[in-house]
Design a protein around this ligand. Structure first.
Ligand SMILES: Nc1nc2c(c(=O)[nH]1)N[C@H]1C(S)=C(S)[C@@H](COP(=O)(O)O)O[C@H]1N2
Ligand SMILES: [Mo]
Length: 177
């Protein structure tokens, strides 16, 4: 039967193509970083959505934090507390972070599609001491294009996985209203 050969042939072709398709979808280390973002957007369940420029961020209250890299070398990041940015956007913080507001989480995402989640509570200095900032300086210099102009710094995390490079969006999601 010819039909049987046709079906067999199709199966062989599909099997051979599978690794090629999987590779094309993967994100290899050799992929160059996308162009850096030109604005930092604050969206979602906030009173006032924002689009911040580099100058806007520089004009905010500044915080410095130190993190250790994998070799134990101290790196100093400088920028604005994420909570200061969220305060500007009108997210519930301080005395307002109670009841259903405590179901709020924050998605920090980047130009390459990388995204991580923080609870709003862990970003609020009135609630925790996690000191999570949006940094625009590292060791006294602006961030490299592949990392910035903005990156999250998470000094209390024991691994830098949530230190989002090329941060472009902070989305606030309140689960219960
Ligand atoms: N945009 C973006 N940020 C990211 C990542 C990523 O893939 N994309 N990887 C994270 C992980 S898993 C780690 S360990 C750190 C590494 O930071 P470094 O490049 O400064 O060493 O970046 C984090 N930030
Ligand atoms: Mo990582």
């Amino acid at each position: 039967m010819t039909r049987r050969y046709v079906i067999f042939g199709l199966m062989v072709v599909l099997t051979l193509l599978t690794p090629t398709i999987a590779h094309a979808q993967g994100r290899g280390d050799a992929t160059p970083a996308p162009a850096p973002p030109t604005a930092l957007r604050v969206t979602g369940d906030v009173v006032t959505p924002l689009s911040l420029s580099a100058a806007d961020l520089k004009a905010m209250p500044r915080t410095k934090v130190s993190v250790k890299d994998e070799n134990g070398v101290t790196i100093t990041y400088e920028g604005a507390l994420v909570s200061e940015i969220l305060k500007k956007a009108g997210a519930p913080l301080g005395g307002d972070l109670r009841g259903t507001a405590l179901t709020t989480y924050v998605v920090a995402s980047a130009t390459d599609g990388y995204a991580v989640v923080f609870s709003l509570a862990e970003l609020d200095p009135a609630m925790t001491n996690s000191e999570i900032i949006v940094a625009d300086m590292v060791n006294g210099k602006p961030l490299a294009a592949s990392q910035g102009p903005w990156r999250i710094a998470t000094p209390k995390d024991t691994r830098p996985s949530r230190a989002v490079r090329q941060l472009e969006r902070i989305e606030v999601v309140r689960l219960k209203k």
